[in-house]
Design a protein around this ligand. Structure first.
Ligand SMILES: *Cc1c(COP(=O)(O)O)cnc(C)c1O
Length: 370
């Protein structure tokens, strides 16, 4: 079965092997050496002033960001399940929350953000997804961050990059906190989250907030290549293997080029079948199709063609399907996925099978469309 859900993504064989070794004690020079190397790679990936790893799923890092960087009112962008989560985190911690809510296919308007910031002087942090995985939507985070900083440079910009870090280059000039999670573009099992932080963010958090999720105490330790509490040793060993593999295969810049090419090839292949792309602005992490037969296509993909893709949640349940494009993906696997979608449409009697999806995918991927 090919796993093509936009998280979890498949873990490469060499990474599984690396994680199969004996358990290591975390307070040893051996593990500290691994931690140090991993940190170096993370600085290269995040391009932020500081990076910190925590043993939690992605949501733990979202919570850490909100509690450490927001003291009064969080402005959150809700165009999907994950954007909604930021608001819920703020409320759970007794912070005030202002939300800009849109349909799940609609990117946030920068004017709406500017108006909200101008209307409420208590807003001290903004939380937004770079790639909102609920609908496969790309928000204009870099532009938003720049516009906000021009009004008030003290407002903290929290960017959830859980399906964006390792997918496409992100300009972190005006971003104070950039979040990644292990089981998406980083091709690891779930359980490790990473935050990239600006010096301004570190200054804002002071001695930090909370206990386990106190980022200030964690940073203090991680600068010395250790952790405040037991490190997720196995996942960090896996992360180092992933980051070294990316390096060996041409580096992150090459990964970004390959991912955007794959994203364009999949999108064009499926559009050529007459399918409709759901988001107004697609993230590079996944292709999301809205379709009356979305549920049937998803089931057929699994039962007849050994392809596992994701569906939708809440009001989009049974209405969309989402195909992953993150990570180191073999072209022959991706080509099979778009071909399998075409075969499903033929089975449903919607079009005669003629290999269009496979042809277009290959033409774009191998530059034969020019
Ligand atoms: C998966 C995901 C999360 C949540 O991560 P968990 O690991 O499930 O806690 C948050 N934001 C985005 C954009 C995601 O794709």
């Amino acid at each position: 079965m090919l796993l093509f859900t936009p998280g979890p993504t498949p873990v490469p064989q060499n990474v599984r092997n690396a994680m199969a070794d004996e358990t290591m004690h975390h307070r040893t020079p051996e593990f500290e050496a691994i931690f140090e190397k991993t940190r170096k790679h993370l600085f290269n990936l995040f391009k932020t002033d500081e990076v910190v790893m925590i043993a939690s799923s992605g949501t733990g890092a979202m919570e850490a960001a909100v509690i450490n960087l927001c003291k009064n009112t969080l402005l959150s962008v809700n165009s999907g399940k994950f954007g909604e989560r930021f608001g819920k985190i703020a409320t759970a911690h007794g912070l005030k929350n202002v939300e800009i809510k849109n349909e799940w296919n609609t990117p946030v308007s920068i004017d709406a953000v500017i108006n909200a910031v101008k209307a409420n002087a208590n807003i001290d942090a903004i939380a937004v997804q770079i790639s909102e995985s609920a609908g496969g939507l790309r928000h204009p985070v870099e532009e938003l961050a720049k516009a906000v900083k021009e009004i008030n440079p003290n407002i903290m910009i929290i960017a959830d990059g859980i399906t964006a870090v390792g997918v496409e280059p992100i300009d972190v000039t005006n971003i104070d906190c950039l979040i990644a999670g292990s089981q998406k573009a980083l091709m690891l099992p779930p359980g490790l989250a990473i935050l990239g932080l600006s010096n301004a963010a570190i200054e804002t958090m002071g001695s930090g907030v909370g206990y386990y999720l106190n980022l200030a105490s964690e940073i203090k330790k991680q600068k010395q290549n250790t952790t405040a509490y037991t490190a997720a040793t196995t996942l960090i060993i896996g992360l180092l293997e992933v980051l070294e593999t990316i390096e060996a295969k041409g580096g992150v810049e090459k990964l970004y080029v390959d991912t955007v090419t794959r994203a364009n090839a999949v999108k064009s292949a499926l559009q050529a079948l007459g399918l409709h792309i759901y988001p107004q602005e697609s993230a590079k992490s996944m292709t999301t199709i809205d379709d009356a037969n979305a549920a049937e296509i998803r089931t057929l993909l699994k039962t007849d063609f050994e392809v596992n893709v994701a569906g939708g949640q809440d009001h989009l349940k049974g209405k969309i399907f989402r195909i992953n494009q993150m990570g180191l993906i073999s072209n022959y696997e991706m080509a099979w996925v778009v071909n399998a979608v075409e075969l499903c449409l033929a089975k449903l009697g919607r079009r005669v099978y003629d290999g269009t999806a496979n042809r277009i995918f290959n033409e774009i991927t191998f530059g034969m469309d020019k």
